[in-house]
Ligand binder design. Structure first.
Ligand SMILES: Nc1ncnc2c1ncn2[C@@H]1O[C@H](COP(=O)(O)OP(=O)(O)O)[C@@H](O)[C@H]1O
Ligand SMILES: [Mg+2]
Length: 483
């Protein structure tokens, strides 16, 4: 997908908090890896062109799929998949469009001009010739951990900290934590002196909120992640839940302790050459094949198991949203690629309007929670995981679902407003355990039932349409994709 193109030229300036635009000029962005310029990105006619600078070292590649070379990398009509990976979506994008609309020309390239200097991963984009002179405002994480996280208030925070490149539909933002004086002193000298790196501090946490459709998402994601984490078999992103269960701080795996990006992150959507809106389209087999190409052969076995745990966990917690953007690779160089720690694990079935959604990606051409032998066959043929090991993994996940489910129930006593989501989560995990262990219904496999009864939880919540009107076949198709 590449052939030489004659690069265009031109300029647009975006400085400090008060950007100025020279209308009608061609937009050219500098592309930086770990803060060092490695090339330029521009639109030429109907194509986007990324050109490495002469003399860039091979390890300073922008994407595993775009190694360093003299010939430009071109992509027709839209930005190259890597450059689309961290484009803001959902609420964050709408805020950016409102606040920076006058700087946007309708292209994703102009969105990157606004937000690309602070991003997930080791690549940043800045206006040609301009350093990233707009460090993000600092942020005290205590304000969300212990403060008011109503939707209105969180929306204000997202608006204030909107200038960063991070994808996903859930309202969220990146912001460097405010440092105490002693911590500032401990920063590397160049940073403390205000040279070079400070503008790259984008924070140690992703701050994720909830919206009306997904109440107490922080609670849901915290305990869904905890389920897989307690097995201890795979790295899982560390999370901290706010006191009210509405917000989750997700510790980033791509930054150092000062919040400076140090690792590359590439999701499988981009590595498959797909734009973000096609994240549900690849099969799990395609995901495995695309990922495997980047692993040294001696690293595959461990990493196949990481992927296996991720996939299986989605079946236990009933996460219908493990699409190709929620599976990603991370690295410091092309020879130390690994799957990222597990992130964005949510019991989507806990939200009635999404409760009927099947798994995000097909396996053997099908999307079904009752996968039966398809799943163990897939593990054997694609991931080299023998049937016995597969069975042990299933049981470990079910044990973790029981233990974590009891915790969820105990926690829901603390706040009456958590009971609804907690109830739906443990019902979903009960379903997950049963369907993973057997294609036929078998109540004895639903090991959370006695705990659910003791808690006096009613049945799983129904979607508003079901509650009001019953399940008429004339109703519009429910579901949609939320995340
Ligand atoms: N712990 C993490 N460290 C670094 N990057 C992350 C981490 N968790 C998520 N990401 C990146 O941020 C993106 C959005 O986060 P995610 O939790 O998936 O949000 P959403 O629920 O809105 O999809 C992910 O697709 C991934 O690129
Ligand atoms: Mg996601």
């Amino acid at each position: 997908m590449s052939r030489p193109v004659q690069p265009g030229s031109g300029a647009l300036t975006l400085t400090g908090q008060a950007p100025t635009v020279k209308v009608g000029m061609v937009l050219v962005l500098d592309v930086n890896v770990l803060g060092r310029k490695v090339g330029t990105l521009r639109r030429v006619g109907d194509e986007y062109v990324f050109q490495y600078d002469p003399g860039v070292a091979p390890e300073q590649f922008v994407s595993l799929a775009m190694p360093v070379r003299m010939q430009p990398w071109t992509w027709p009509r839209d930005l190259h998949p890597y450059f689309r990976q961290n484009l803001p979506e959902g609420f964050l994008l709408s805020v950016i469009q409102e606040d920076f609309g006058r700087l946007l020309d309708g292209t994703d390239l102009s969105v990157l001009a606004v937000v690309g200097s602070a991003s997930i991963g080791r690549v940043t984009l800045t206006l040609q010739g301009q350093a990233a002179t707009t460090p993000l405002d600092e942020f005290d994480v205590g304000t969300v951990l212990h403060g008011d996280n109503t939707h209105e208030h969180f929306a204000e925070l997202v608006r204030h900290h909107a200038r960063a490149a991070i994808s996903g539909a859930v309202p969220k933002f990146l912001a460097p934590e405010a440092l105490a004086a002693a911590e500032v002193d401990a920063l590397p000298q160049a940073e403390a002196a205000g040279l070079g790196k400070p503008s790259m501090r984008t924070g140690r946490y992703i701050v994720k909120g909830s919206d009306d459709k997904t109440p107490y998402l922080g609670f849901n994601e915290f305990y869904s992640m905890r389920l897989i984490e307690r097995i201890g078999a795979v790295p899982v992103a560390k999370t901290i839940m706010s006191d009210d269960g509405r917000v989750l701080l997700v510790e980033r795996f791509d930054v150092d302790q000062n919040g400076v990006p140090v690792r590359g992150v590439e999701d499988l959507c981009g590595l498959l050459g797909l734009p973000p809106n096609e994240k549900y389209s690849p099969s799990t087999e395609q995901v495995v094949k695309a990922a495997r190409a980047y692993f040294a052969s001696d690293r595959w076995s461990d990493n196949a198991r990481r992927l296996a745990w991720l996939i299986l966990a989605t079946y236990v917690v009933r996460n219908a949203d493990c699409h190709a953007k929620n599976i990603a690779l991370t690295y410091t160089d092309a020879d130390d690629v690994e799957f990222t720690p597990v992130y964005d694990m949510v019991t989507t079935q806990a939200y009635p309007q999404y409760a009927k959604n099947p798994p995000a990606l097909t396996i053997d051409g099908r999307r079904t929670w009752a996968a039966g032998s398809t799943l163990s066959r897939f593990f054997g043929t694609r991931l080299n995981i023998p049937a016995k090991e597969y069975a042990r993994m299933v049981e470990a996940l079910c044990d973790a679902a029981v233990d974590t489910g009891k915790e969820v129930i105990a926690r829901s006593d603390e706040r009456p407003e958590w009971r609804g989501v907690a109830k739906n989560m443990v019902h979903a995990w009960n379903d997950g355990m049963e369907s993973l262990r057997s294609v036929k219904p078998d109540a004895s496999l639903r090991e959370l039932t006695s705990s659910i009864d003791e808690a006096r939880f009613s049945g799983p919540g129904k979607s508003p349409a079901e509650e009001k009107q019953g399940r008429s076949s004339l109703l519009p198709k429910r579901g949609g994709r939320a995340f």
